[in-house]
Ligand binder design. Sequence first.
Ligand code: DQA
Length: 151
Amino acid sequence: MPARILILNGPNLNLLGKREPAIYGTETLADIERLCINHGHRLGLEIDFRQSNHEGELVSWVHEAMDPAFTGIVINAGAYTHTSIALHDALKAVAKPVMEVHLSNIHQREEFRHRSYISLVARGVICGCGADGYKFAIDALAAAGGEGAEK
Ligand code: DQA
């Protein structure tokens, strides 16, 4: 069985393509999913790509990554990045390598986007690279290989 990476997307990311294209680009979430699946396959990884507008659903999906089949998590938590202690706690509990992704450069934007509860538990953060950021995050997890759980 190939190693599996869980890719989670938070609120409003289902609107990509239509949503503030000057900031988030014109690619849809389905385009990004395809990019991730193809990139994962090239690296021999299975990609499980999901989106939810509900914090609790995202938390429950993070719990699913406790399954040993999952070797890491890529997460763009959208606005929950800046608010969700629940997602922070879930990622910490699951203790798998986490890569945080944002399409936009959150540090160039409003002050309230500068704080991330996800960064505190992430191995790395990629922002401002658009959809390619997801590819870079998959690369980082692939390079981490079977390193196993975070502390
Ligand atoms: C985002 C940045 C967040 O601040 C915002 O709330 C999003 C998208 C990004 O991908 O750039 O929904 O995570």
